[in-house]
Design a protein around this ligand. Structure first.
Ligand SMILES: Nc1ncnc2c1ncn2[C@@H]1O[C@H](COP(=O)(O)OP(=O)(O)O)[C@@H](O)[C@H]1O
Ligand SMILES: [Mg+2]
Length: 642
């Protein structure tokens, strides 16, 4: 049965009121509790910027200058030209901007001080949609529902119903099973993507919703539809705070409260329908057919001047006011509107000082660790399966190089000098392939960085959950499986030791080399933000490790100041282990002499005792563990503030 969206809203309302509703209209009016009141006062926010392109000095730039306001249940629009600080204001209120930049001021929700803890309890739809491109609209919404609704309070069918009702409400029925789309995959339209992003947050029926430019980039009908939807939601007891750029009149009509920003200062905050008369009072004239939103933007941009006293305002600039100060902001502060906000805020904050303490900043997750791990891992696997190019390429590359190495060193004889030269050469080649074949692992934490930061800072899942799911989902199909293919093919083509034990130890060594190289790549991936940087930072240690691997330069003859580098060389450990495993116990002959493998190992000062072999594995394991732990630490340290 296809339900109308009105009925759906009614359903949702009924669910919230926990009483059955007969009529959707009355249900919508029945809501008793209005949304929370958000107040903020004296917000001053600064960012640090370099004084010049190559300058070492930093200057502070004030992007919010003493901003105060009260936003109540309903539609609260923040308007202003680009760069006026709309996004910054929303971010500061929602606790998503670095608290270090906040020089003064506080945010209160229903009279209680909030800090960045608000970021986990409020819903925030960012300007650039962050969705998993390989999943469908419904899968994305289900993912959000599963992680944001606690399994104790919501049954499986509850969540499915919730997802369905959001799909209906947002008019996403036709594209519910279409993939969002990636760079390589054509997906849903821009409007549908935006609606899906809003849906991701609506899943929890939040009473406080932030949206950063929800209509930018959409056609005017879709924009209208989205604002109408938000308007309906706001009537169900929600406080909706959004920034918007150039809304058309039918959209503007739906605003309850309007905040106009100009260069980080408020020039009007109050009822949206009184805004025109406020500016008319200041001498600006709105043409009868002009869109009020355009009228306000013209005022803030300075393209429209007050008719009666434009000369006076210029005088004011040079006269009683400081030159840099914005006359409109000053007028607003001195107006009755501005004064009444200040009074209300004073009343609010007076009672506050003693009793209320900022809520703890510790993240509270709706779902337990294992549940998050299961959901995030299954999404990661799904993503790999739907985007299998990397895995195919990895397997293909490994088969190709496996066969190539096998052909180059085909059936190595036991006669000198080929026996030794070819074996050691082959091992070095194998290790190089193993290490450099894993360069693609540097993309692991880079490609989805924005998505991870958004979801993690919105309280979807823990950092450890993401780390584990990514690492295991990458290791098994892209690293472990190809290693076995790559190891097995040349082993038999080269006719190395035919014993099962030797083959097994050879595979263990190859896996350890691969895993430690991959872990180093993960560490780089978690530490830098771009592919270009990652490539530089991964190539450097690999090349150094190769030089100090013991094959290209005799480590005993090297300057003692540099020889310590051999201790961190994945190449050396891998090469030594492979050499010990193969050469120990072999006898090589030439026309005049015979030579054992041990003699060669002694000559190279490679310890071929049992511990001598295993110490290489322990070292590789150590490198791997250290890199993985550091990668996790780096992932936690990623800057989540905007
Ligand atoms: N983290 C930041 N670092 C440096 N500059 C910033 C930062 N955040 C915002 N700004 C600057 O603050 C000003 C306001 O930005 P923003 O709030 O995004 O404006 P709007 O959303 O109104 O277009 C811009 O000049 C922007 O460059
Ligand atoms: Mg913005």
């Amino acid at each position: 049965m296809i339900r109308s969206s009105k009925e759906d809203i009614a359903m949702e309302v009924a669910a919230e009121c926990e009483q059955p509703s007969e009529d959707s209209e009355t249900a919508a009016l029945n809501i008793q509790a209005p949304g929370p009141t958000v107040s903020f006062y004296n917000l001053r926010y600064c960012v640090k910027e370099r004084a010049g392109m190559f300058s070492m000095t930093w200057v502070e730039k004030e992007i919010l200058k003493d901003v105060s306001g009260i936003m109540k249940s309903g539609m609260n629009a923040v308007m202003g030209p680009t760069g006026s600080g709309k996004t910054s204001l929303l971010d500061v209120i929602a606790g998503r901007k670095d608290p270090q930049g906040l020089k003064s001021g506080q945010v209160l929700v229903d009279g209680a001080v909030v800090t960045s803890s608000l970021r986990l309890s409020s819903a925030y739809v960012v300007q650039n949609d962050v969705l998993m491109g390989t999943l469908t609209v419904r899968e994305n919404l289900t993912f959000s529902a599963n992680l944001q609704l606690s399994p104790a309070d919501h049954s499986f069918s509850d969540k499915a119903m919730k997802v369905e009702s959001v799909i209906q409400e947002l008019g996403l029925k036709d594209c519910a099973d279409t993939k969002i789309g990636t760079m390589f995959l054509r997906g849903v339209s821009g409007g549908e993507k935006k609606r899906c992003s809003i849906g991701m947050e609506l899943i929890t029926s939040p009473s406080l919703l932030f949206l950063d430019e929800p209509t930018t980039g959409l056609d005017s009908n879709t924009a209208h539809m989205i604002i109408t939807l938000l308007h309906k939601l706001s009537r169900n007891g929600r406080t909706i705070i959004f920034s918007i750029h150039q809304p058309r009149y039918s959209i503007f009509q739906q605003f309850d409260h309007l905040t106009l920003l100009n260069k980080g200062e408020i020039i009007y905050a109050g009822s949206a329908d009184k805004a025109i008369s406020y500016f008319e009072g200041l001498g600006y004239k709105c043409d009868p057919f002009n869109n009020p939103a355009d009228f306000f933007l013209d005022i803030t941009n300075g393209t429209l001047l007050p008719q009666a006293d434009s000369a006076k305002s210029e005088n004011m600039n040079g006269g009683e006011l400081v030159v840099s100060e914005n006359p409109l902001a000053v007028k607003y502060r001195q107006s009755q509107l501005g004064c009444s906000v200040t009074e209300q805020l004073q009343e609010l904050t007076e009672g506050l000082k003693s009793e209320s303490r900022p809520a703890s900043d510790k993240a509270q997750y709706a779902t337990p660790f294992y549940y998050q791990l299961m959901l995030v891992s299954s999404r990661t696997v799904k993503n790999i399966l739907r985007n299998p190019q990397t895995s195919y390429a990895q397997v293909f590359l490994n088969i190709f190089f496996g066969v190539l190495v096998g052909l180059i060193y085909y059936q190595i004889p036991n006669s000198l000098p080929e026996a030794l030269q070819n074996r050691t050469g082959a091992f070095f080649f194998l290790v190089i392939n193993m290490v450099f074949g894993n360069l693609s692992a540097v993309e692991l934490f880079i490609s989805e960085r924005v998505l991870f930061i958004h979801e993690n800072s919105s309280g979807y899942y823990r950092t450890s959950v993401y780390f584990l799911s990514k690492v295991f989902a990458d290791l098994i199909p892209n690293r472990i499986l190809p290693v076995f293919i790559f190891s097995a093919i040349p082993y038999f083509m080269m006719a190395l030791k035919p014993e099962v034990e030797a083959f097994f130890l050879y595979c263990v060594t190859m896996s350890m080399v691969s895993l430690s190289a991959v872990s180093l790549a993960f560490l780089v991936s978690a530490s830098v933000g771009s592919f270009a940087m990652a490539n530089i930072f991964i190539a450097l240690p690999f090349v150094f490790m190769m030089v100090f691997g013991g094959f290209l330069v005799n480590l005993n003859s090297m300057l003692s100041g540099m020889s310590w580098l051999k201790w961190i060389s994945i190449f050396r450990y891998g090469f030594n282990a492979l050499a010990i495993n193969e050469l120990k116990g072999l006898v090589f002959t030439s026309n005049y002499t015979t030579m054992t493998g041990e003699m060669y190992l002694d000559h190279q000062e490679i310890d071929y005792s049992t511990w001598g072999f295993w110490q290489n594995q322990v070292a590789l394991g150590g490198i791997m563990c250290i890199c993985l732990v550091l990668a996790y630490v780096q992932l936690r340290r990623i800057n989540r503030w905007k």
